[in-house]
Design a protein. Structure first.
Lengths: 437, 71
């Protein structure tokens, strides 16, 4: 056993070793040095205990980590100042610039003691983060989607996202209810946590619930407030902003105050400072619609009135002009008639003349035709006459022949005669009677 | 007629109203249809106004069911 001990190297106690580390850390390079880090696991119990981290900006993986503490008396001063500058309480997930000294405790190990915080750095980082979110929403083409939605004529059915029982919600409801125009609004509250880590998931859950009943609502109002202006940082969230930007109903955001702007203010259809202002905005839209209705009523009445008076004027004019017009018309008709009448004899005469002339021409044609026909007949008669003349008994007698008649009949055969017949012989001139022997 | 008017949404009513007023202002309007136009537009105006100022109990009830306070 002793041999074994002798062969062992010389060892020191852990306490002593830790003491050496502690002495090593007493070096200006790790004392009062400004460090940029991210806060995590912040616990406040008079003193503020936390972890400082550095993450890989691309992967989000933690690449450095150390415990830190802010002693109570320092923390009181620093946290007040931090709130004044950033509007936020000192909390988790913040980019901070802290003045630190490495400190080693033999029992608890290494940690950093924070002696100062530069709140301007955190403010700058918040602004930068906000700008990054806005740039992302812009490049994705969704930043103006909610703003470009068409508002219903009068938004009366309102989905409200707010913390139940919050003063801001009460203000909003009172303002709506007591509007001086008697406008009716219908609201449904969708409760959500409006600060702290649950803000984003609970507001998104409320939006989803409203989205499922989209047809029942005209718009969404997201309100918080009354009281502190703290914790707006929770609304600077890409997912929430993207949800609001793409929400199918117009969203009114009333979560900030004078000075504070969150990313939601850039994407919502309307941004106002307070819940009361959100109510005023809605009342304004309603009262504008009422005013428009009044205007239309006046229009209708005045148009109708104008029409009636114009029509009765027209009627009066017509009633005064009708007798004149009638006289004028009658006169014109009479003149026309007269003209017709004077034209009638003229027309008649020329018509008669024309007929007469036609008739004359026809008569001439008839005469001509008759004359021609007569002449032809005459000539035929003459020809016949010549023939008859040629054949007539007289002609034969003339040439020395005689004609014997017995009992008025021509005797052509002597055997026809018997003695005692009285016959008459005709000569060219005269005749004789003889008795057959 | 009453029923038909009640069925109209505010948007429909105001759209028809605008249209009628436009017609009344145009040459289309004659004394013959003037009284029809006027009567219809005054009815529509009444509907619109009542939609803005009178409580719709049915709607109120539906929304109250969604309202988490009442659950």
């Amino acid at each position: 056993m002793q041999d074994l001990n002798l062969s062992q190297p010389q060892a020191i106690s852990l306490l002593e070793f830790n003491g050496r580390i502690k002495r090593l850390l007493n070096d200006s390079s790790v004392l009062n040095c400004w460090v940029m880090a991210e806060t995590s696991d912040v616990r406040i119990n008079r003193h503020c205990y936390l972890e400082l981290l550095q993450k890989n900006p691309n992967t989000g993986e933690t690449i450095a980590r150390i415990r830190a503490v802010i002693w109570a008396n320092t923390f009181q001063r620093l946290s007040y100042n931090f709130m004044q500058v950033t509007g936020q309480p000192f909390n988790n997930g913040m980019k901070v610039m802290v003045l630190v000294s490495a400190s080693f405790h033999e029992q608890y190990g290494i940690s950093l003691v924070i002696n100062d915080i530069n709140p301007e750095f955190t403010l700058g980082d918040m602004a930068r983060r906000r700008i990054e979110i806005i740039q992302r929403l812009t490049s994705e083409g969704i930043i103006n989607m909610n703003k470009e939605l068409e508002w219903p004529e009068v938004p009366q059915r309102i989905a409200v996202i707010s913390a139940q029982g919050a003063a801001g919600y009460g203000d909003f409801m009172n303002q709506l209810r007591n509007n001086p125009y008697g406008l009716k609004f219908y609201t449904a509250l969708f409760g959500a946590v409006m600060q702290g880590q649950q803000t984003v998931p609970s507001v998104i859950a409320a939006l989803e619930k409203i989205g499922a009943n989209e047809d029942l609502f005209d718009c969404v109002v997201i309100i918080r407030g009354g009281g502190s202006t703290t914790d707006l940082n929770w609304f600077d969230d890409y997912t929430l902003a993207a949800n609001v930007a793409q929400f199918p109903l117009p969203v009114i955001v009333g979560i900030g105050h004078e000075r504070d702007v969150t990313v939601l203010d850039y994407v919502a259809a309307e941004r106002v400072k307070t819940p009361t202002a959100a109510a005023e905005l809605l009342i304004g839209k309603g009262s504008a619609a009422l005013a428009h209705l009044t205007e239309l009523t006046n229009d209708v009445v005045s148009i109708a009135r104008n029409y009636i008076s114009r029509s009765s004027e027209q009627l009066a004019y017509l009633s005064s002009t009708i007798p004149m017009a009638a006289r004028h018309l009658a006169e014109r008709a009479r003149m026309q008639l007269q003209q017709f009448m004077s034209n009638i004899p003229l027309h008649a005469k020329s018509r008669i003349d024309a007929e007469r002339e036609k008739l004359g021409r026809t008569a001439d044609r008839i005469k001509d035709a008759a004359a021609r026909a007569m002449l032809k007949e005459q000539m035929r008669l003459e020809a016949m006459n010549d023939k008859v003349q040629l054949l007539s008994p007289r002609n034969t007698l003339n040439r020395g022949y005689s004609l014997t008649l017995c009992n008025g009949k021509a005797v052509t055969d002597a055997s026809q005669l018997k003695a005692g017949d009285v016959i008459t012989s005709h000569f060219k001139t005269g005749h004789v009677q003889s008795t057959v022997k | 007629m009453e029923e038909e008017l009640k069925q109209l949404t505010y948007t429909q009513a105001i759209a028809e109203l605008e249209q009628i007023v436009q017609k009344m202002q145009s040459a289309d309007c004659t004394i013959d249809n003037l009284s029809d136009y006027t009567a219809r537009s005054l009815q529509l105006l009444k509907v619109c106004k009542s939609k803005l100022t009178e409580t719709d109990e049915k709607l109120k009830k539906i929304l109250a069911e969604l309202d988490e306070e009442k659950q």
